[in-house]
Design a protein around this ligand. Structure first.
Ligand SMILES: [Zn+2]
Length: 311
């Protein structure tokens, strides 16, 4: 985090930043009722999440009263089950997938199509856009932020100008526009969410991944130019998404044999959907091999004989 951003971060907000496999988590402290945790990371990091949260709570001298999610991708709610049980606190989720959570429909929750894992958790209520989450004298406005995920929400607090943007806006871009991969509108919704952010007096952004930043105007301009490019070249968006999913899997595994990785990709429904929609002129194997080689050339992955490692 830059010194300018650090100076704008209120002392009652604690941000845990952990790269791309686990989303950032935000702990809202300073309320006599207890702390609120926004997002809980990926399940393979759950021991680390538990330790980090316990440490922050001990330092603040508080207990956890509530867990909320910006959206239900596996890297944002993988610690829900463990932390809900450990702290005995309710979990609030965005609307749209409440029933899918209660019946644990892994198809609708995206875990089966993406080949990602998320331990089953129970939801206790809804983060309804248009309402307010009150915490420590702050009023966090719950705002719908469709695009990356149709049901995603952001949290904005006017007094400090802090926006918890999740994957609607990062310092450099935004999350994969999953609805477009499924052949549903998503780019228009990304634009609406960027317009909404631009209309707010935002001074500091806590994104879902990457560093907290203060230059919201620069980030919005970069996001808009990226969006314009993807609109013109939806195949490049799909290719970017395919590489991101492959990298997510590799970050989870650390290393894999080439054969295991290829067989995992062939079994992962969303990978085949992207291939069929945009790259069906070549075989699935050829396309997958191309993606792998691109990631090796970009030094994101390293080939060591038949083994593939994250760099
Ligand atoms: Zn996401």
């Amino acid at each position: 985090m830059s010194p300018a951003a650090a100076a704008l971060l209120p002392a009652d907000l604690r941000v845990l930043e952990r790269g791309w496999l686990s989303s950032n988590s935000v702990l809202m402290t300073g309320d006599p009722r207890g702390a609120v945790l926004v997002d809980t990371g990926y399940c393979s990091h759950v021991d680390q999440t538990e330790t980090l949260i316990a440490h922050e709570l001990a330092e603040a001298g508080e207990s956890l009263r509530l867990i909320v999610n910006t959206h239900l991708h596996s890297d944002h709610c993988g610690g829900n089950a463990r932390l809900r049980q450990l702290h005995g606190c309710p979990v609030l989720i965005p609307p749209g997938q409440f029933d899918a959570v209660q019946s644990w429909d892994e198809e609708r929750l995206s875990y089966r199509p993406t080949g990602q894992r998320c331990p089953r958790f129970q939801a206790d209520g809804i983060m309804q856009p248009g309402t307010v989450l009150a915490q420590a004298g702050r009023e966090w406005e719950i705002l719908a932020a469709p695009g990356h995920d149709p049901d995603a929400v952001m949290l904005f607090e006017r007094r400090s100008g802090v926006l918890i943007s999740a994957d609607a806006l990062w310092e450099h871009g935004f999350g994969i526009v999953f609805p477009e991969i499924d052949g549903v509108s998503g780019f228009d919704e990304v634009e609406q969410s960027l317009d909404l952010i631009e209309s707010l007096p935002v001074r500091l952004v806590i994104p879902g991944h990457g560093a907290v930043f203060s230059g919201v105007g620069t980030a919005l301009a970069e996001a808009r130019s990226r969006l314009a490019f993807f609109r013109l070249h939806p195949d490049r968006h799909a290719r970017h998404a395919a590489k991101a999913l492959l990298m997510f899997h590799m970050l989870e595994r650390g290393e894999s044999s080439r054969a295991d990785l290829l067989s995992w990709l062939e079994r992962t429904p969303i990978h085949a959907v992207m291939w069929r929609q945009y790259f069906g002129a070549k075989s699935l194997q050829t396309w997958t091999e191309e993606l792998l080689q691109e990631l090796v050339r970009a030094a994101a992955l390293q080939l060591d004989g038949e083994m593939i490692h994250c760099t």
